[in-house]
Design a protein around this ligand. Structure first.
Ligand code: ACO
Length: 307
């Protein structure tokens, strides 16, 4: 009976065990997961664009090979995550259509342009660094397929983070012009990276329920603070200045204080008015439409094999 199933579901959550696709789950739990995992998948796929922008212009064969592999990894992450949504009964084609019709979100961060090659390094360092901070706790998410998918994604994500840092270290040992490029990219990506963690806790409608269900393990502000604490010493090691004069160690709190985020900018970006939203979606739509013949051919081939 439904009350028994519900009690079982709650016990599984309470004991820190995993909910699996065939288990009973409340409709709202399923809906929240599809929302979050689909948004995550879309972010991985849209996130290929800003970096792919530099593949043809990477400064050496080695950097080009690294960047190609990295962008390919992002495609793989998107595919694992779409598979996880399918275990919840979602349909991949429908999700893609919702993305290109702006009915589902993807991360705000991918709506900013990549203006110079240092951006590739800064995306690895800050954007993938923030992604790891947010995603490592998701390896303990209560939904089994999502949690297991996140283990592999996080391993690759931390490799990406290190390649970004290594690229920036190389540029910082280079010419004054290269050092200026790294500082410029850091200045442009710092604040948007902090926005990746989502709205402040008092303005985050989904956090309380997602924490109770152990879909999320920490609040947006907790993870943002963890990211700042981790990144300030890395900026010092690199020799760049973070564009926030209010960053200072707070002995009492045992954390770095930092300045106020421009939440109006965040709201603009997530409602479709960021610098690159239109371009990102137009590109994604064109890729989907151009790929229609491949999907048709694959389906026809599969049908033929079947008969
Ligand atoms: N960009 C776009 N939308 C965002 C962002 C962001 N940075 N942060 C929050 N939002 C959206 C939420 O999706 C939600 O909108 P919705 O209800 O229409 O779906 C709304 O803003 C309110 O936010 P919250 O109540 O805080 O939402 P939630 O509990 O889902 O927390 C978070 C947001 C932290 C992003 C969570 O969904 C999460 O951890 N997702 C998994 C990680 C992920 O998606 N990463 C993608 C970027 S990393 C990468 O791909 C390299």
């Amino acid at each position: 009976s439904e009350p028994e199933l519900e009690r079982h579901f709650e016990q599984v959550i309470e004991r820190d065990q995993r909910i699996e696709p065939r288990d009973w789950m409340p409709d709202a739990y399923r809906k929240t997961l599809v929302r979050q995992v689909a948004q995550h998948a879309h972010s991985e796929i849209i996130g290929m664009q800003p970096e792919a922008n530099w593949i043809t212009r990477a400064p050496s064969l080695r950097r080009k090979a690294i960047l190609l592999a990295k962008v390919q990894d992002e495609a793989g992450h998107g595919l694992y995550l779409y598979s996880a949504t399918e275990t919840l009964g979602a349909d991949r084609t429908e999700l893609t259509e919702k993305l290109i019709d702006s009915k589902q979100k993807y991360s705000s961060i991918f709506n900013y342009p990549t203006l110079n090659f240092a951006d590739v390094g800064v995306i690895g360092w800050l954007v993938d660094g923030a992604a790891i901070c947010n995603q490592v706790p998701l390896c303990r998410s209560s939904f089994g397929p999502y949690a297991r998918g996140m283990v592999r994604i996080c391993k690759e994500e931390s490799f990406h983070q290190r390649q970004g840092f290594e690229l920036l270290m190389t540029m910082m040992r280079g010419t004054d012009a290269q050092r200026r490029m790294v500082q410029d990219a850091t200045d442009r990506w710092w604040w948007p990276s902090l926005m990746m963690f989502g709205p402040p806790d008092h303005d985050s409608p989904n956090t309380a329920q997602s924490m109770a269900w152990k879909i999320k393990r920490h609040t947006n502000d907790e993870l943002r603070q963890r990211f700042v604490d981790m990144t300030v010493p890395q900026a010092e090691a690199l020799g760049v200045t973070l564009p926030d004069p209010e960053i200072s160690w707070n002995d009492e709190r045992g954390h770095y204080d930092f300045g106020e985020i421009d939440w109006d900018e965040f709201k603009q970006v997530i409602s479709g008015n960021g610098p690159c939203n239109a371009e990102r979606l137009a590109h994604r739509r064109a890729a989907h439409e151009d790929g229609a013949w491949v999907r048709e051919a694959a389906a026809a081939y599969a049908a033929k094999q079947h008969t």
